[in-house]
Design a protein around this ligand. Structure first.
Ligand code: ZN
Length: 105
């Protein structure tokens, strides 16, 4: 007879929070590869990107990948991971980005 403790969530096929987050990140990466914008991460109006006015980045997890077009006419996009908490800066141009919690509709 099985005790409830022997039934781990993974054995039941229920993904843990971590596995779900990984799945979401995979979805995001897939969408990005297709040139889609899964989070509307290229808003028409950009914030100044200064420490006082960072670019606001909504995320459904506590980290996400961010694409920075460092200059308006730049065709290269700098991708980097943004984590919840203190604003982070683009490693190329130094623009500030801040992750804010976002709920899916
Ligand atoms: Zn940049």
């Amino acid at each position: 007879m099985l005790s409830s403790s022997s039934l781990s969530s993974s054995a039941l096929g229920i993904p843990t929070d971590e596995e779900q987050a990984t799945g979401l990140e995979r979805k995001v990466m897939k969408a990005l590869e297709k040139g889609l914008d899964p989070y509307s991460m290229f808003p028409p109006k950009r914030h100044a990107g200064t420490k006082e006015d960072p670019n606001i980045v909504p995320s459904i997890t506590d980290k996400r990948i961010v694409g920075c077009i460092c200059e308006e006419d730049n065709s290269a996009v700098i991708w980097f991971w943004l984590h919840k908490g203190e604003p982070q800066r683009c490693p190329s141009c130094g623009a500030h980005y801040k992750l804010v919690p976002h709920q899916l509709p």
